[in-house]
Ligand binder design. Structure first.
Ligand code: HEC
Length: 242
């Protein structure tokens, strides 16, 4: 996104200002800036589930790269001393009116959920440090599940159900020979599972259970998601075959 170029930052800041104006105009509410009823903890959870597969936001731990890095997007606004209220307005505007023909779907979250997401993003975007207190534990770390173990020729490795770019388990074991791979996916985000160095790969699915079959020799393999950006974001693990 050419964010190292100052001119593009200026252009981006101007775009964000225009978005802010839209957000206030459409809210039809004189109290649009109030955050008294918003819940940033719910907002963080909703952000990770609905936004994080496309956007990097350091404090949320998300690493999506389909859309702009949201820390970068709001860095200039922070330098220009925009308040959280203004940034909240931009985020709300973007959620409701992401622009025609763009990649971002409109109204991924609505009503109070949208308020909560905007509250969280405005509280953390382009701010150094880490979330503290209850915010720190609002989202369970991905990839911390027990190692996946093959049973009766079937090895099941689920995609993170909460929308993080990770599998539930980072390690898996299987015995050599014919195998069926299953990847349950409850996230609503496109994922698959491929085993590097073999022809074994499941189809890419948004929901349900993706399956693939093949034969594995003893060795150590890497399994990963082939959707662009997902492997780099952490959707990868190690499979040991004995
Ligand atoms: C499918 C991918 C995708 C999802 C999911 C998504 N976005 Fe976006 N987002 C984008 C893209 C791509 C852009 C760049 C503009 C465009 O193409 O619409 C963008 C732009 C933005 C911007 C403006 C940033 C800037 O630099 O101007 C904000 C703020 C934003 N998104 C917030 C969110 C929030 C909050 C959510 C969750 C409710 C979300 N996005 C979900 C893809 C996504």
């Amino acid at each position: 996104m050419g964010r190292k170029v100052t001119f593009s930052h200026v252009a981006r800041a101007a775009g964000i200002a225009a978005l802010a104006a839209t957000a206030v105009a459409v809210s039809g509410c004189t109290n649009a800036g109030s955050s008294s009823t918003s819940d940033p903890i719910a907002g963080k959870q909703l952000f990770v589930k609905n936004c994080g597969s496309c956007h990097t936001l350091a404090r949320a731990g998300t690493k999506g790269n389909v859309g702009p890095n949201l820390d970068d997007a709001f860095r200039v606004a922070r330098q220009e001393r925009w308040g959280d209220d203004s940034i909240r307005g931009v985020v709300l505007g973007q959620i409701g009116f992401p622009g025609k023909g763009g990649v971002m779907p409109a109204n991924l979250v609505t009503g109070q959920d949208a308020q909560d997401v905007a509250e969280y993003v405005s509280a953390v975007a382009a701010k150094p440090g880490q979330d503290a207190g209850l915010l720190a534990t609002a989202v369970k770390a991905a990839g911390t599940g027990k190692p996946a173990v093959e049973k009766n020729g079937v090895l099941s490795i689920a995609a993170d159900p909460g929308g993080q770019l990770a599998y539930v388990s980072k390690t898996a074991t299987a015995t050599a020979g014919p195998i069926q791979i299953e990847m349950p996916n409850k996230s609503g985000i496109d994922h698959n599972l491929a085993i590097e160095g073999t022809s074994i790969k499941t189809p890419i699915i948004k929901s349900g259970v993706a399956k693939a079959t093949g034969t594995l020799k003893p060795g150590t393999y890497t399994f990963f998601c082939e959707v662009p950006g997902h492997r780099q974001a952490g959707m990868v693990g190690k499979l040991t075959v004995k």
